[in-house]
Write a protein that binds this ligand. Structure first.
Ligand code: IVH
Length: 667
């Protein structure tokens, strides 16, 4: 056989193997016996051995290729991978539907999907080839796990779509594979995985792709990220298109025209859940129409056009052994229940927060009680109540101490608060918790500095304040337990890199009360440097649209503290960046037709997409909202504007045409 003939034969074999694979792994409906598939694969392997130059990355023989990695590369998600807000009952779902209806012109239809309990991943295809697979990470930066995802048989290595597309879905481990894997692990003396989600995540985070390949992972695709192709109008059309391209979509999705239909779907699956051969933890409800999705937009964290209904948590009974006290970042002293270990919703639980003394009184929970626990949102364990019938009389009432368990200073109960606080700013427990927050993902994002290492650093007195983190040296770290050469240099590098972080990360990391990550970003983009924020007066802060008085008050007080001044001085000296590096608020022009105005967009425009128009209005200082209300200043109406137009007229809101918008933009 000459090379040309070989090439042709190789092509034919690949096409056939891909087809068989698709039928087997994606459609679950093989047309040939396994032996036939194996025969074709052997044939292909032989030819590729003979003509190695014909091997391509998307050949079905190349799923498990490549050497183990040293570390995962970071991947930037150009379109953020958001998570969903939660609904826990029918009422939450009805509220979601009501808000969605209020935020759009037309009637809304929904798509309901099973909420697969696995790991969100993104798959990118360029010129029809699978080129990159990544984890969600923090939503903006994930990890490159391409070689692991290539081993997932239901992920096509090539598709018939030339444009670059990024599809998203949930990688998971089916129950059968999970049980088999845990059996094996126990036989080998390894710890079993707590649940299929951990098993899937653990498998995909292995540096050696052979391990992932041995784990029988699967995937359902449910959405898109970057999408430079076609003009589909609805989520359901997208699901159909994904399926057409050869992706595995979950067949149980339904389009529902009313929220009552959605609720029926939810109830149906609540009952049917145990029959599935993979784990689901709820139902995802999405607005079907893509224009409506865009109109509804996003909050800081979640889309407004979708919600995750979480199945109610499982409840179990166990014994309350003792109550431990911990001191949080802001000095709040929290009682934690130490429980007889018990399995609930897939993991073993031995601790649960009791929040505060009032709650313990209210629920009449006593030391030694038999208690009912569940996992709120299936994640955080909670003690619901004591089982009074089981009391023997030996149970003891619990009282909060008067002194801080960490530093011994007197605890105070601030006005209108149920919590007891330690107000000693040098309390070691608070400093430690503050540092844990400082290095966390949304703050300074310092990898490799977990709670254990931080505890050790404090215990060994290598650290007393945040600034000390930037004074750590190699030898300091090497003396800690479990810190080898490699993790030490990685950690030092991560600490060093964090010096360059944009201002908002530092601001959030400082842990100023009421200043969340979103507020930190707004502050950073307005004030641009730490110095000008430090000098800002209460009014300068409340002058910013989204900043309330409580937040402004807290910020001004914070920067007035001597300890804070000292800390910021030291951080500056230690080379931390104190400037904002993102898009500037000042790029927003002042004194335009839109400054300070609330604008609503509706209808189809000839010259702009909805998001372009939105960006332009925002650049001119306006804020764009989804629905017309008495607070709306201007409604910009394109063609076929519907009910928003009527509402604007009713309320006497100014209505502009697209032409008027263009005139303003042209200046
Ligand atoms: S849609 C912006 N659909 O649930 C919308 N998510 O917080 C992105 N998940 O991170 C998510 N099944 O890991 C969507 N059918 C489904 C899903 C699903 C599972 C996960 C996903 C996401 C989380 C929601």
């Amino acid at each position: 056989m000459n090379k040309q003939q070989a090439q042709q034969h190789v092509n034919e074999l690949r096409e056939l193997i891909n087809q068989y694979g698709h039928e087997y792994y994606v459609l679950d409906n093989p047309s040939v016996p396994d032996s036939e598939y194996d025969r074709k694969m052997q044939e292909l392997l032989k030819l590729e051995e003979e003509f190695p130059e014909l091997i391509t990355a998307d050949s079905p023989s190349q799923r498990i290729g490549g050497e183990p990695l040293d570390a995962f590369q970071k991947v930037q998600h150009n379109v953020a991978m958001m998570s969903l807000g939660n609904a826990f009952n029918e009422n939450d779902l009805r509220n979601f539907a009501r808000r969605a209806n209020e935020g759009t012109d037309e009637r809304i239809s929904f798509v309901c999907e099973l909420k697969i309990d696995g790991l969100a991943v993104s798959l990118t295809y360029e010129n029809g080839k699978f080129v990159r697979g990544a984890t969600r990470g923090d939503g903006t930066t994930g990890e490159d796990i391409t070689s692991n995802l290539r081993t997932v048989r239901s992920i096509p290595l090539s598709i018939r779509e030339e444009n670059t597309i990024e599809v998203r879905g949930e990688a998971f481990m089916p129950h059968k594979s999970f049980l088999k894997l845990n059996e094996q692990r126990e036989e080998n003396g390894d710890d079993p995985f707590a649940n299929p989600r951990n098993a899937a995540a653990g498998s995909l985070r292995q540096l050696d792709p052979k391990i992932a390949a041995s784990r029988n992972l699967d995937i359902f695709l449910y959405g898109v990220g970057e999408w430079q192709t076609g003009t589909l109008e609805s989520h359901s059309e997208r699901l159909d298109y994904l399926q057409e391209l050869g992706f595995k979509t979950n067949p149980e999705w339904r389009r529902c025209d009313t929220i009552d239909d959605v609720i029926d779907y939810v109830k149906y699956w609540e009952g049917k859940r145990p029959d599935l051969n993979y784990e689901i933890d709820g139902i995802v409800v999405k607005v079907d129409n893509l224009d409506q999705q865009e109109e509804l937009g996003f909050t800081a964290k979640n889309p407004r056009w979708a919600i995750a209904y979480k199945f109610p948590a499982e409840e179990v009974i166990t014994t309350l052994r003792e109550i431990e006290l911990s001191v949080g970042r802001t000095g709040v002293v929290t009682p934690t229940a130490v429980l007889e270990p018990v399995r609930v919703a897939g993991t073993t639980v031995q601790r649960a927060s009791l929040h505060n003394e009032d709650l313990i009184r209210e629920r009449d929970i006593r030391l030694g009680d038999t208690v009912v626990i569940k996992k709120a949102g299936d994640i955080i364990p909670e003690v619901l109540r004591a089982v009074e019938e089981k009391r023997t009389g030996d149970e003891k009432e619990f009282f909060m101490p008067e002194e801080c368990p960490a530093c011994g200073s007197e605890l105070v109960r601030l006005e209108e608060e149920v919590a007891l606080r330690c107000i000693n700013p040098n309390c070691p427990a608070q400093l430690k918790e503050g540092l844990i927050h400082f290095v966390s993902r949304d703050a300074m994002n310092i990898d490799g500095l977990g709670e254990k290492v931080i505890s050790q650093l404090f215990r060994e007195e290598l650290i007393h304040t945040i600034a000390d983190l930037y004074r750590l040296e190699r030898d300091d770290l090497l003396q800690l337990e479990r810190m080898g050469e490699k993790s030490t240099s990685n950690l030092l590098q991560a600490i060093d890199a964090s010096r360059e972080n944009s201002l908002e990360r530092l601001l959030f990391g400082l842990g100023i009360r009421f200043v969340g990550s979103k507020a930190a970003r707004t502050l950073a983009s307005h004030f641009e440097t730490m110095e000008s924020l430090q000098q800002a007066a209460f009014e300068d802060i409340t002058a910013i649209n989204e900043m309330g008085e409580k937040m402004a008050d807290s910020i001004v007080r914070y920067f007035a503290e001597d300890e804070v001044k000292q800390l910021l001085y030291e951080l500056d000296e230690l080379g931390l960046n104190m400037e904002y590096k993102g898009p500037k608020a000042q790029d927003v022009e002042e004194d335009t037709a839109f400054s300070g105005k609330t604008v609503v967009l509706t209808g189809k425009m000839e010259h702009f997409t909805r998001s372009e128009a939105k960006a332009l209005v925002e650049q001119l200082g306006g804020s764009v909202t989804g629905s017309v209300s008495k607070n709306t200043d201007i409604l910009i109406a394109g063609e076929d504007a519907g009910s928003k137009m009527d509402k604007a007229e009713q309320l006497g809101v100014a209505v502009w045409s697209e032409q008027q918008l263009r005139e303003v933009l042209d200046g």
